[in-house]
Design a protein around this ligand. Sequence first.
Ligand SMILES: [Zn+2]
Length: 297
Amino acid sequence: MKNSKLTDKFLLSMIILASNLNAQCPSPSSISKYAHKIKSYRSYPDLYGNQNRLNNLCLYQISFTENRLTWKMLLVINSKHPKGAFWYLPHDNENSAFDSAIYAIKKYGGGFLAVQSGGKRFFGYQDPNRNFGKDKKTSAMCKGQKYPSPIYTDTVFEIIDKFRSWGMPYLALHNNANGYSGNGGRGTISILKSSPHAKAFAAYKHISRTQGGLSDEDSMVYIAGKSSNPPMSKISQLHSLGLNVKYEWVDKKHYDCSMSNYVVLKKRTDNYYNIETQMGDSNIQKLMIDRLMKILY
Ligand SMILES: [Zn+2]
């Protein structure tokens, strides 16, 4: 009798363990009316290239039509720890960011949403990171947005807010080209370049132009806020983690329909981080994620 009770207990614990290993993915309808489960990776080059890293991840396609564009996005969630940090990846040509996003959610839980535009920065005529203007008046202010986008904006933030744990910041991952035109580089972003609306705070005395690493001119964390005065305590906290920082001062007059502008002015929070590295520098981006996670978890 005693023995069979023990066997029952053992069997029960094995069943619980097995069901944890096969954690259920939420039904698409509970995520968004635009979500569908992905059955085959074949039409998703980003997934195909990462297929041996997709265990315990839930995969969905998000698809909707607005202004003659039928948007395609990939939603990837950690099935065991679906709540946590949640990342947005608007640019499909930035492949290291995709690699880093898989790393981040496997290690820390949560998920990410990545625009799928056939490996290009633009989705059709539209830059996905200049498409956060919901009405005509807002949209008219943004050089980079062609038409107002209530469906795009609400769907992206519906999904982000569903999986982002309370208190977690809005998070983005990007890659950029080396340097900037002012110093002979090909990119537009560098910690060596500063302007009133994007003030640079280097964490290192010697910034490397070509060597990669945390002190490379292309490795930085973007933060954003409504004040023209940069938040110095937040900047020194990031500096103590060895991270270069750019502070984006967001104001109504210069609204550009990017995610950071939307978060600061429409979501009314400065709890936002975007990790940037040079294209191909995925190892540095992963290291920067690990460093940032130290202050988020
Ligand atoms: Zn980008």
